[in-house]
Design a protein around this ligand. Sequence first.
Ligand code: PLP
Length: 333
Amino acid sequence: MENPYAWPQSLYAEWTEALTQSAVNRYPDPHPANLLNHLRDAFQIPAASEILLGNGSDELLQILVTAIARPGAKVLSVAPTFVMYALLARVAGLEYLSVPLTATFDLDEAALLETIRQQQPELIFLAYPNNPTGNRFDDRVVEAVLNLASGLVILDEAYAAFTDHTYLTRLKQFKNLLVLRTLSKMGMAGLRLGYLIGSPVWIEQLDKIRLPYNISVLTQVTAELALRHKAVFDEQVRLIRAERTRLFQALQAIHGVQVFSSEANFLLLRTPKGRALPWHQGLRDCGILIKNLHGSAPSLEDCLRVTVGTPAENDRFISALTAISASIAPDVV
Ligand SMILES: *Cc1c(COP(=O)(O)O)cnc(C)c1O
């Protein structure tokens, strides 16, 4: 789910200059005001909200789970979803509850609300849009979850750059809502910078658990520079969104492929029965690595996930898959 485009050469001189001037003999600023202000401006973060920075949003997920960890505490999410929720909850010794999505990967409203009522989870994670399915959940059901939950609800907007929808604007309305974001998917996965947005009441408490120097000097300097040149990344995101549409249509045209619409930078597809593994291997043999999801959840039977690449990468993927789907046809078996 990475951005396939490297930083443009035009930024190198300024970037090198900024790095050479940064004081790596000093500890980083634990509350980097400039970087926080750049984030506020770049992503229209409401003035009334506070921001907690993490070494990737993964670290913020870990902080959230650690904050509520005590015997009997519960974390709730859906299945299939981002695997780190379950992993981090279990590592912290918490009970992890997971409500299956419907066959079309939507929230199962009745089951979800009933589980919240019965189990009263301290923490609920909803990836919006969801990974690995790429769809965005129905706002009516998300709102019902926010209204019913007595614990915190985290809307994980890791793919915010690739959708026009957000809960940032709803923070005022829901006191138990926190929005999780990252620079990773928009082009800075190697930098490791995530940010959690919400009421100061929550952020202040969570900040007590954060390790003081979790964001390195180099990350602070680089992220600030990147946000000053945000237009560069916006253009890359625009290209990826356009390619997502093209890739979707090309996949739809391949016989036997069912492709799901996505508001993220990847597409989920379903092969004919029993074909996910041979197709995945066939692509590997062509030097193309995508994600096999077959076997990871009952609803992901015969499913693969492909990240939207550059136009050339997408062309290569489409022609390889077209050839593979014709040679490894379902009726051969
Ligand atoms: C990739 C991803 C993350 C983690 O991103 P970081 O690189 O740790 O910031 C979090 N949530 C979802 C849903 C993701 O897909």
